[in-house]
Design a protein around this ligand. Structure first.
Ligand code: 1PZ
Length: 211
């Protein structure tokens, strides 16, 4: 999936991530993120501090998947169960398990909410809407609550140099604007469902504030 980004690929990855009994396969979940990283990279270097963080989190999860206990990392559900039962999660402060699968995936999970909010704004936007405003409104409603001041500042700078709406639609590589809007309409319920399943699972296990 290293070639050019397309929104379609993101959609396919998140679609494949859901099993029949509504578990979420980590392998496809991170494949979706990998696609988003190539999208961000195509927007320019200002976003590299963001994509670097995503890449390192993808790597942590990939290492678990290919490690000796990899079978427990097939789905988010199996990971949560395995790591909790074996005391592999730092619950109060980062300590002996600073990079658990649970806390790492939680960062991506929170970012998925941002993505959902942003794409919904983009989908319903009009020609004169500003991507920077859509991005930062979505950010303030979601991820910002979990970021310290310095990161919020840096993110604010990145938003200022975002390309305009037309370029955004083009980079998504999914046909003309009407087609992109249609594909977004198709993708968003899927992304929302993956988000909600993960959110419920984390809430049930008291994992939403992992350090
Ligand atoms: C296309 C426009 C991109 C806008 C992206 C908006 C989101 C900004 C996120 C800024 C992340 C800043 C860098 C690192 C932050 C980390 O400290 C945190 C917490 O991790 P920890 O330090 O606890 O290990 N990382 C995150 O919150 C994950 C951020 C993921 C951002 C994903 C952006 C998705 C872009 C998709 C492109 C359409």
């Amino acid at each position: 999936m290293a070639d050019t980004f397309s929104l379609q690929k993101v959609l396919e990855a998140f679609r494949s991530s859901m099993s029949e009994n509504k578990e979420v396969y980590i392998k496809y979940y991170i494949a979706g993120w990998q696609e988003l990283v190539s999208f961000m990279n195509s927007l320019g270097n200002v976003f590299s501090f963001i994509s670097k963080d995503v890449v390192s989190k993808i790597q942590i999860l990939e290492n678990f998947i290919s490690g000796e206990n990899g079978s427990y990392y097939a789905t988010i559900q199996s990971m949560v169960k395995y790591e909790l039962e074996n005391d592999l999660v730092d619950l109060i402060k980062r300590d002996s398990h600073p990079e658990s699968g649970c806390r790492t995936l939680l960062r991506l999970h929170r970012a998925l909410r941002w993505l959902e909010l942003f794409l919904e704004r983009l989908r319903t936007s009009s020609e004169d809407s500003k991507t920077s405003v859509m991005c930062s409104d979505a950010y303030n409603e979601s991820l910002a609550q979990h970021h310290p001041w310095l990161i919020r500042k840096a993110v604010g700078v990145a938003f200022c140099v975002l390309p305009g709406r037309d370029t955004f639609f083009d980079v998504m590589n999914a046909g003309d604007h009407t087609q992109v809007v249609a594909l977004l309409g198709e993708s968003l319920p899927l992304i929302a469902e993956v988000y909600q399943i993960t959110e419920d699972l984390y809430a049930k296990n008291n994992l939403l504030e992992l350090p």
